[in-house]
Design a protein around this ligand. Structure first.
Ligand code: ATP
Ligand code: MG
Length: 418
């Protein structure tokens, strides 16, 4: 990508009316545009990061047998009434509207009800089970406070996966497979060290649901962490009884702030019963399918990344989610050979399948280019200038490194392919 063609611009000044660090950085670097509190548009750079995160999640979901779909955002009142989740007293974040032709609709904040109803068309016998389906979808939630940037949107991208199993054993096995896949996701996007499996309230079979909590001061949750065992307990369920059950001692726990990047939940057979998703088992008996529901906050994870991976100059993307592999900078020069060299390198890197953002902008000083590169936060910066050419190559530097190293194109390529 030629940077001169990128319609977005970086901004030096902090956006007024934006209190959160993640959104400030992402707006200043041109990743997102704030439409209103809790609603952000994704610009070319931001979309690339979003798609990379989704790509990793998609691989892991496919890896455990998930099939991707997209459900509708418009939802029927009648379904949610059957499970007692339509009333604003039960679910306080509904966006609702009326159809011109008459009747109410809800805007999807979650999808257990419509997907369970839909599955009645496809599941009738134990032979049809298990079924694992997932989607990436923009959820709409009328959140009272939306001050945490991407971390709490009124409109945000979630990956939601639903499992339908014939019995508890099958359900539990998949629940564990999802747990492991989620840990791989957080590992791969760079949050592995800071993300902990956390016991929280709700859930059938065990008395818990489970959250994946990433340590950050920008998080809205308080959890009690056992670093050694790498597990945590959400404040909402902390009690002597629960600690005993989990074999934890209060004195060994640290109180820390965290953001919930994922949540997995077992509904048992209840929702299928309420909505009539029954199947015939081997003996010909009618049974409700067992439902598990598993979410990852895709845009929240991106916000958390911007919170955690940044310094005073801007964002520092982990390699796996960065919008480009390398930021190539052509510094101003009167010598045409410099631009030729940089453009040739741009071509060569692209031919090798490397994703390059090439800052070939004219009339922009070296200092501005460096500042923009730091703000945008691509992991590797490669500079071509008169100086680098005299030194015999390209000045290459990791985003957080202080000193650049001069190398030739071949060396740069092997570094980028690692
Ligand atoms: P929270 O407790 O933070 O309000 P939740 O428990 O309501 O979240 P779920 O319904 O379990 O969230 O949604 C699954 C995942 O979607 C969450 O783990 C979180 O990562 C993400 N998520 C939930 N609400 C938001 C939001 N308003 N903005 C961005 N991501 C969200
Ligand atoms: Mg939750």
């Amino acid at each position: 990508m030629l940077q001169s063609r990128l319609f977005t611009k970086t901004r030096k000044e902090l956006p007024a009316d934006e209190a959160s660090k993640n959104a400030q950085l992402l707006i200043r670097a041109g990743y997102v545009h704030k439409e209103m509190a809790g609603a952000y548009s994704f610009l070319p750079l931001g979309l690339r990061v979003l798609e990379r995160i989704k790509g990793i999640v998609r691989e892991e979901m496919n890896g455990i047998g998930g099939q991707e779909i997209i459900m509708t955002a418009l939802q029927r009142k009648e379904l949610w009434e059957r499970t007692n989740r339509w009333d604003d007293k039960q679910v306080d974040i509904w966006f609702k509207s009326q159809l011109k032709s008459g009747g109410d609709v809800g805007f999807g904040w979650s999808h257990e009800e419509p997907i369970t109803d839909m599955m009645k068309s496809f599941i009738g016998s134990y032979r049809d089970l298990p079924v694992y389906v997932y989607q990436f979808q923009t959820k709409l939630r009328n959140e009272l406070r939306a001050k945490s940037g991407l971390m709490r949107g009124r409109e945000f991208v979630m990956k939601d996966l639903y499992s339908y199993s014939a019995n508890e054993e099958e359900h539990r096995a998949f629940y564990e497979a999802v747990t492991a896949a989620y840990m791989r996701v957080f590992e791969r996007i760079g949050l592995g060290d800071k993300t902990f499996f956390t016991f929280a309230s709700g859930g059938a079979f065990t008395e818990f649901s489970h959250e994946f909590q990433t340590l950050t001061d920008a998080g809205e949750d308080v959890i009690y962490l056992h670093r050694g065992k790498k597990i945590a307990v959400n404040k909402e369920v902390l009690s002597e009884k629960v600690l005993d059950e989990l074999g934890l001692k209060q004195s060994e726990l640290e109180e820390v702030r965290a953001a919930e990047v994922g949540n997995i939940f077992s509904f048992g057979g209840k929702k299928s019963e309420e909505l009539g998703l029954m199947f015939r088992d081997e003996k010909g008996e009618q049974k409700p399918a067992i439902l598990g529901s598993y979410g990852i906050g895709i845009t929240r994870a991106m916000g958390v990344l911007a919170e955690l991976f940044a310094d005073e100059r801007g964002i520092v993307w982990p390699k796996e989610v960065a919008p480009y592999d390398v930021h190539l900078l052509l510094l101003p020069s009167d010598d045409e050979a410099v631009e030729k060299e940089a453009s040739a390198l741009y071509e060569r890197l692209q031919n090798e399948g490397i994703h390059v953002l090439y800052d070939e902008r004219k009339g922009v000083s070296a200092g501005e280019k460096f500042a923009d590169a730091d703000l945008i936060g691509i992991p590797v910066r490669a500079v071509i200038s008169e100086k680098s050419m005299k030194a015999g190559g390209i000045e290459v530097k990791g985003r957080t490194e202080e000193k650049a190293v001069v190398m030739d194109a071949k060396k740069l390529l092997s570094l980028l392919k690692k």
